[in-house]
Each structure stands twice: as C-alpha cells, then as structure tokens.
Design a protein around this ligand. Structure first.
Ligand code: DX5
Ligand code: ZN
Length: 217
C-alpha cells in the first residue's frame, strides 16, 4: 500500500484556506490533517467543529482530525455524522479508552490514539492496540508547527511495527511533527505508513506543494 501523506493545514494560509487546499485536491492517497487545539490540553488554540463542518463541504479529501483537547468525547460526538475519515485523540487524557472507542466505533472509518514524546509506546497494551485503526506517534510536543523532529519517535515506530507484525494487527502507524524528506525516510524505514507534514508542504510556494508531497512518499 502507498504511504498516506496527511498535509497539516496548520501551516497553510488560514485567511485563504480553500485556495491552498484546492492545489492538492486531486492528489491520491492523501488525507487532510486538521489539528484541533483547545488551549488547555495544549497551550495553543486553532479551530473546532464549525470550521471542520464547513471544510467538509468544500473538499473531497478525506479528513484526518487530530484532537489535541482535554475532552475528545465532545468533539467525537459532534463530528460523528460528518463523514470524517479518521479521528485521533490523545492517550494521555483521563478516560476509559476501550469504552470511548467502542462508543464511536461505528461512526468513524478509523479511530486513532496518539502518544506524546514522553509517553512510552509500551503503555499501549495489546488489548487497546487491537481496538485501534491507527496509532499516531508525535515526534514533537503537540501544540505548534515548525518544530524539529525528535528521534525517539523512531524507536516507538519500530516497536509498534514489531508488535503489529507479531500479532497480525492492522493499525496504521502515523507520525506527526518535523517531517521532511530525511526524517520521513527514517520513519518509513521503521514502519510508518502515514505521515503528517505541515511546514514541509504548506510552508512552500503553492506550485511546490505537490512535489513536496511526492518527495515524502
Ligand atoms: C503539532 C501538530 C502537527 C503540526 C506539524 O501539534 O499536531 O500536525 O501541524 O507541523 P510540522 O510538520 O510543521 O512539524
Ligand atoms: Zn497533528
């Protein structure tokens, strides 16, 4: 299967978002990564449910929602009928993950859990991994675009890939933060099959977006 690239609109021009997205609208194997930040789980604040609903009407790209929020259940409930491709929330929040994931199982094509740089991949136990469609390994502290890749993400990807193979599981391994040609290649070699990139794509001129995406594959 081709590596999915998930361009993060965090690095796009928010005052001209549709114009930026339209450049990549016809690219295959692409998700549109939407970073939802609540100013609480992370210090930064981005956008929420109304903007995601409006975006859904304006793009055919599969939407990949990354919830950096303290109360993901609220967002999962409000977005459950929108037609989101993948929704990911953070393992570090206090909740019964098995219960929350089961509750929304039928509403989303894919549900993911994300781990921050200081969280061990081993903390995701096998029963939980069996329930997941995706594990998002954060390779920067969540909250801001344009940070440098933290290499400890590579060991986590390698570990998750091993557990996935040994147990014949099918969850995707996504990596997010500081992804460029070099760090992306390292992640892919360790077993990542889905890569988020913000500044590497939208930080460039519009006529370079597509070549940046192809370079990452
Ligand atoms: C950070 C976000 C990322 C961010 C990545 O909290 O989750 O998705 O947009 O940006 P870059 O690719 O610039 O590191
Ligand atoms: Zn993200």
């Amino acid at each position: 299967m081709k590596t999915i690239i998930s361009p993060s609109i965090l690095a796009a021009d928010f005052t001209n978002l549709i114009s930026d997205i339209s450049v990549i609208e016809d690219v295959n194997d692409l998700w549109l990564h939407l970073d939802v930040m609540d100013g609480h789980f992370v210090p930064n604040l981005t956008f929420g449910i109304p903007i995601i609903k409006q975006l859904k009407k304006k793009t055919k790209l599969p939407l990949d929602v990354h919830l950096m929020v303290t109360n993901p259940e609220f967002h999962m409930e409000e977005l459950k009928d929108v037609g989101i491709e993948n929704i990911t929330y953070h393992f570090e929040i206090e909740t019964d993950h098995m219960e929350l994931i089961s509750k929304y199982r039928s509403h989303y094509n894919s549900i993911g859990l994300s781990i921050k740089p200081k969280t061990k991949a081993q903390d995701l136990d096998l029963e939980l991994l069996k329930k997941l469609d995706l594990v998002l390994v954060m390779s920067v502290e969540p909250g801001f675009g344009g940070q440098s890749f933290m290499p400890n993400a590579l060991d986590k990807i390698e570990y998750l890939n091993k557990v996935r193979k040994e147990n014949n599981l099918s969850f995707k391994i996504q990596v997010d933060g500081g992804i460029n040609k070099e760090t992306g290649t390292k992640c892919r070699n360790k077993g990542a099959d889905n890569m988020v990139a913000g500044s590497y794509i939208f930080g460039k001129e519009k006529d370079q977006y597509k070549t940046q995406i192809e370079t990452l594959r």
